[in-house]
Design a protein around this ligand. Sequence first.
Ligand code: NAG
Ligand code: NAG
Ligand code: NAG
Length: 681
Amino acid sequence: MWRPFIAITALLNLAGAFRDSEPTGEWPTELYRTSSVLGTSVYSVRSNAACKDGLYTFLSPRGEGVAARGPTILDQEGELVWTSESTTIGAAYNLDVQEYKGNQYLTFWEGDDKLDGHGRGTIHMLDQQYIKRYEIQGPTGASADFHEFRITRDDTALFTIYETVSVDLRAVRGPERGWVWDSRFVEIDIETNEVLFDWRASEHFNVTDVERPSGSPGWSYGDPWDFFHLHSVDKDAKGNYLISAVHTDHLTYLNGSSGDIIWRLGGEHSDFEDLSEGRGSTFAWPHDARFQDGDKKITLFDNTTPGDKVNRGLLLDVDQSSMKVSIRSEFRAFGHAGVTPESQPQSDGSIQALNNGNVLVSYGKNGAAWTEFTKMAVPMCHTQFGAISSFGTGNPASYRVRKHAWVGKPDTTPAFELNGYEAAVSWNGATEVGRWVLEGSQVPLPIHHSNPDDADGNDPNPNPNSGKSDNFFSAITTVKRTGFETIINIPFHTDQPFLRVRALDRKGQIIGTSAILPFNATMKGSNSPAGPPSESGSHHPAALIFAGVSAALVLIACIYFFRRYCWAFCLRSCRRARLGRYRYLPGYRGRDEEENWEEYYANGEQEEGLHIATDTESDDSDVEVSELDNPRLSPALLSPALGSRLSWQSSLGSPGSSIGRSVLVRTPSTYSNVSSREKQQ
Ligand SMILES: *[C@@H]1O[C@H](CO)[C@@H](O)[C@H](O)[C@H]1NC(C)=O
Ligand SMILES: *[C@@H]1O[C@H](CO)[C@@H](O)[C@H](O)[C@H]1NC(C)=O
Ligand SMILES: *[C@@H]1O[C@H](CO)[C@@H](O)[C@H](O)[C@H]1NC(C)=O
């Protein structure tokens, strides 16, 4: 009895495997009918309702072989909301939402990033309609770098600049007239571009204080020594600056009027007493350092945890009067993300404290992924935007990943396409659409007349978007918006030769109208697969009754066979799946409270506790970013070099593949050793 059944299942799985054998590349993308943009296709490795807070995710995918790169907004389901349509865009970095004079702006950097780890480009500030309101290029003779762009509480802009300058390098066995890439940051007035504050690392740091160069660079103007590599700048309420740089092992707090060093946190020169046995002030290549909660806390992303190679986000308690620092939370990289390969120095990564207390960590070049943790450092949600095999290559990568509320009201009209009896509609950047209404009209397109008096009887109003033209259109069907592009099945009875789509917001107000397209209703009755079934006229009541009775009998038979042969089996496998998936949950329930958290952390077993949460054993973290049931997934966009490294392996009945869905599962050989070592600690 079972054999034929198993054979059929195996065949179905094999068919799935063949479908799987076409790799979707290290950077899976989505194609749309209505837009030429390529969407970032993400895979949710771990999800939890707690991360669905209505916020949007902001990232800037980049890397060699990344087909379409650009600033990207995703919704909480991971669906594309907006991406830049411009094809001239170089690399994009640092997409963020910031407030300027009470309004929300989308800010990002765009330009040439192939300059020794920094960039020359332009900072854009787009308003909620995606119209560019400000373009910041840097003070005369200098170009904005991508590492930082902050709008301060004083409505000024802070950003980084890299410049080649001459410095005496004899102290590090270099030439007297040596050359360095100087890290500079400026604070400017956004309206006038006036420079309000200007700081250069070479004027405040001794070359002996930073990481020693390997080899002896700095001998010529063309080969400057990248001695500092500034990453982040934050300004506090006192007007002083907190900076982080790759080649210093500490964060530095700078006097906002003189630029002098007030204190250093971390490394050999730390001015703080570390109450966390050195773990709170030993970091390498710190990134994205910000004050939180006034100036009582600091968040930063640490590229290399002491003792292992796993990245971490840190939330530090910092007492600037007694000069003491301690770890409040440590957010260790989840799964395979954020594992620094031995072979190459890594960079980038971010940490963001969200308003609800959760913390968002992204891993830069170490992993095309981001993780949302609770404040107790339990990873709640983990999302990948590249294959695990790409981790550590920076291809793709996003310098930072942020989450913010955002309202996008593009000043464009919805894009609308017809294909047989399917209508496709999208609206790049629109966040407010709840439903789409397909409307039809019997009369020809309202034609625009320069003089309304010339209009004939059929066309009393030339403007298709004005109230009067609405008289021609009637609603055919209404569907919920689904992702970036919504496909509407046109009902077969539709006979109007002209169609358009209108966007309704969540309250039912009309917020946008597409162009009007001609619809070929004569396809009715043809044998084309996209056409309607041939209509058989009126149905005989006896035929209907017969069909109903047969259907009921078949259903009863199905239930009988299902209960008899599959019930026990299903129950068993369901139970197994549930245990595996939720194993990490019981550990932290009820321990969310702030006061409990301290205790929980101080407890010697906290590593164990955290460990269960970051356990990589579960199959879900090995799942590749390839949900092949995504009908919009584009074919492989691979450079040949990358393609040869791919060794896809289909999963037959693995617990990672949920019923009816094929997913690719591959154990990443490069990092599995590291992960298992991590597990044993
Ligand atoms: C740089 O070195 C000189 C001499 O060793 C020292 O006096 C000075 O304080 C140092 N400056 C900084 C910013 O560390
Ligand atoms: C910052 O520098 C100014 C002027 O150089 C000085 O008056 C002030 O005390 C300094 N502040 C701190 C906190 O060191
Ligand atoms: C409409 O579809 C029919 C049947 O497929 C075809 O013969 C006809 O040429 C089409 N008309 C237009 C205007 O495309």
